[in-house]
Design a protein around this ligand. Structure first.
Ligand code: FES
Length: 103
C-alpha cells in the first residue's frame, strides 16, 4: 500500500537544482527540472554516493563523484543503461512537494 509524504517546501528548491531528502528512513534525490519536481533514488548505483549532491544540466543529473549521467525525468542511467534509478511519483500541493512511497 502506498502513501504520500511531505518532503519539502516547493520554494526551497529553485529550477535547475537538486538535493537529497530523507523520508521514512529512505534517501531520495529531489530535482527541480524547469519547475517540475522529480524524485528518485539518491544512491548512485556506481559507488553509492548521494546523487542529490550532484548537479543538474537541464534534465541531466550528474553524479558528483565520477560523473555518471542520469535522466532526472525518467531515472534512466545514460552512462550505464542497465543501472537505472527508481523514480517516485511527485506532486505539489499547497506549496509543498509530496512524494508517493510504498508504506
Ligand atoms: S559514485 Fe556515482 S559515478 Fe561513481
Amino acid at each position: 500500500m502506498s502513501q504520500w509524504y511531505d518532503i519539502a517546501a516547493a520554494d526551497s528548491l529553485p529550477p535547475g537544482q537538486c538535493r537529497s531528502v530523507e523520508v521514512r528512513g529512505r534517501r531520495l534525490a529531489l530535482a527541480n527540472v524547469g519547475g517540475v519536481f522529480h524524485a528518485m533514488d539518491d544512491t548512485c548505483p556506481h559507488r553509492g554516493v548521494p546523487l542529490g549532491a550532484g548537479y543538474l544540466d537541464g534534465q541531466r543529473l550528474f553524479c558528483p563523484l565520477h560523473g555518471w549521467e542520469f535522466d532526472a525525468t525518467t531515472g534512466a542511467c545514460v552512462t550505464r543503461p542497465d543501472r537505472p534509478l527508481q523514480k517516485y511519483p511527485v506532486e505539489v500541493q499547497d506549496g509543498r512537494v509530496i512524494v508517493e512511497l510504498e508504506a
